[in-house]
Write a protein that binds this ligand. Sequence first.
Ligand SMILES: Cc1cc2nc3c(=O)[nH]c(=O)nc-3n(C[C@H](O)[C@H](O)[C@H](O)COP(=O)(O)O)c2cc1C
Length: 208
Amino acid sequence: MPDAPRRYLFVMGSARSGGSSETLARAAAASLPPGTAQDWKPLHESPLPAFHDAVPAGGSLDRTPEGHERVLLDATLRATDLVVVSPLYWYSVSASVKLYLDYWGLWMQAPAIGFRPRMRGKVMWAITAFGGRDESSAGPLLETLRRSAEYLDMRWGGAVVAPGGTGTGSGFPEAQARARHLFGPGPADRPRHRSEPVESAADGGSRP
Ligand SMILES: Cc1cc2nc3c(=O)[nH]c(=O)nc-3n(C[C@H](O)[C@H](O)[C@H](O)COP(=O)(O)O)c2cc1C
């Protein structure tokens, strides 16, 4: 049976529109085959409410998401590829991306959503811009995303880490060129190989 058509969800975590991380994401998206489905969700335009851990101790959650939460959940479940576009804020993802990931924790605990099994096999990508000089300061951001993907048995597609700031630095055009190749053939397109058994936590079960 042929693979389902790819559908890319760009989760935009900058606190501003038109910043460096968005510019990189647009460059990456421009390289997708014509007609590839794309969904763009700037988190600052449809903010999630403050996180409240509503899961009863040891229990599962009866939750029917509404409003922005519903929109984001549906977009997440529809996507085959999740592109997290986050500036580097304090060595990690922006607050809005972190909040979005916190909601994953709620969705995982609601058996009716079936979040964990429906996330399995999707591909996560990361695009980040940083303002300093040291690219390695994006390490914690990449680690957060890689581990989150791994926890949900998603595949890691790859990342673009770029000097952003005002977008006028000399490294930025080179980073845009790298972004244009992000979705090319790479680990996410290669057949899956696992040496470890897949974690089999039931939906609504464990947390990271
Ligand atoms: C709250 C905040 C925290 C930041 N923390 C860092 C940081 O830890 N390291 C860094 O290199 N740049 C940091 N920056 C700079 C941004 O990463 C940089 O301006 C980036 O280009 C912002 O992304 P954007 O252009 O997509 O909005 C920070 C900026 C803000 C607003």
